[in-house]
Design a protein around this ligand. Structure first.
Ligand SMILES: Nc1ncnc2c1ncn2[C@@H]1O[C@H](COP(=O)(O)OP(=O)(O)OP(=O)(O)O)[C@@H](O)[C@H]1O
Ligand SMILES: [Mg+2]
Length: 300
């Protein structure tokens, strides 16, 4: 039978980005870019967000692509964020159809109609992308935020550098743990609302909540991480780059209470799984982790 360590290593690798997926993401980026080039004056585009940092979980959904607009499009920057979002939305609906395209607060989402099977596999295809219109602002970028009706500053490089530093300080296990907790967050057993919103908050909290260095056991690290996340979910979590609005603004008090309860329950489930292992009940431990995370956690 699979040991707990083997199971976690397999789980971790199943959540890793592979070459086929990266090829598909790049092809989609190019396809969307080629089309948007016919509608807007775009200086450059790049895959970013958790995808670029390797902290995105599976299935690969909502991959962020920044489309950096040229100066000839700067008039948008003087208008409400909803204007550029609407124009991108209208343009993308023309190509992909109304049912595949959705306005979000900072982006326009395109769904490619990829089927996700019962094991959360997609035949190495990405499910959707978030098209983010952006302008340069010195070394940073400004992106529209229709929730606050303002343009917010962001800096993907700073977020990426912080993730790399945290990963290295944690014996290169940090990103894997972040992907696992984000996979738990997406588990449909929680209903339509994810426990933690936005899921970027999990990564931001993990920058501080995974401390003391990697102790060598996935089960222990995750149990402690869930407990710490539950403890600190009511804290204010600023943008790690110090530019945009706090990442913790995504939840109101009721939603934070729910997040705390679900994180506490996860910590408890993890403790029970660890107890199974300690008492030699390996099969029960595997089942408990699988119930916590979902189908990508292996039973064999
Ligand atoms: N409040 C914010 N201020 C500044 N930058 C932000 C803020 N929120 C998000 N970002 C940046 O925009 C990127 C995309 O945001 P998003 O919410 O998609 O998070 P993500 O890290 O890509 O996580 P997910 O895996 O859920 O897609 C983030 O990775 C981060 O670099
Ligand atoms: Mg994203």
């Amino acid at each position: 039978m699979l040991t707990i360590d083997e199971a976690f290593r397999k789980f971790k690798s199943r959540l890793e980005l592979n070459d086929k997926e990266q090829a598909n993401a790049s092809a989609r980026q190019q396809e969307v870019r080629d089309y948007l080039d016919t509608k807007f004056s775009i200086d450059n585009s790049f895959l970013t967000g958790s995808y670029k940092r390797h902290t995105k979980t599976k299935p690969l959904k909502d991959i962020d692509i920044f489309f950096v607009l040229r100066d000839s499009e700067r008039h948008y920057r003087g208008k409400a964020p909803s204007v550029v979002i609407k124009d991108f939305y209208d343009a993308l609906v023309d190509k992909y159809g109304k049912d595949a395209v959705r306005k979000q607060s900072r982006s326009v989402n395109i769904d490619f109609g990829v089927v996700i099977d019962a094991e959360d596999n997609t035949d190495y295809r990405i499910v959707s992308v978030d098209v983010v219109p952006a302008f340069t602002a010195g070394d940073d970028y400004e992106i529209p935020d229709t929730d606050s009706s303002t343009w917010i500053k962001t800096n993907p490089k700073i977020h990426a550098d912080k993730a790399v530093a945290a990963h290295q300080a944690f014996s290169n296990e940090w990103k894997g743990l972040v992907r696992m907790v984000k996979y738990w967050n997406n588990n449909p057993k929680h209903g339509v609302d994810k426990p933690v919103k936005p899921s970027f908050l999990i990564e931001v909290m993990a920058l501080e909540c995974l401390y003391g260095g990697w102790q060598g056991q996935f089960d222990r690290e995750l149990q402690a991480l869930y407990a710490t996340l539950a403890d600190r979910i009511f804290d204010t979590w600023p943008d790690p780059a110090g530019l945009g609005p706090p990442i913790s603004n995504g939840m109101d008090n009721a939603r934070k209470l729910r997040a705390r309860d679900l994180l506490t329950a996860a910590a408890r489930e993890a403790s029970i799984a660890i107890d199974h292992t300690r008492k030699g009940r390996n099969g029960d431990a595997l089942k408990a982790w699988r119930a916590l995370f979902g189908p990508k956690f292996p039973l064999s």
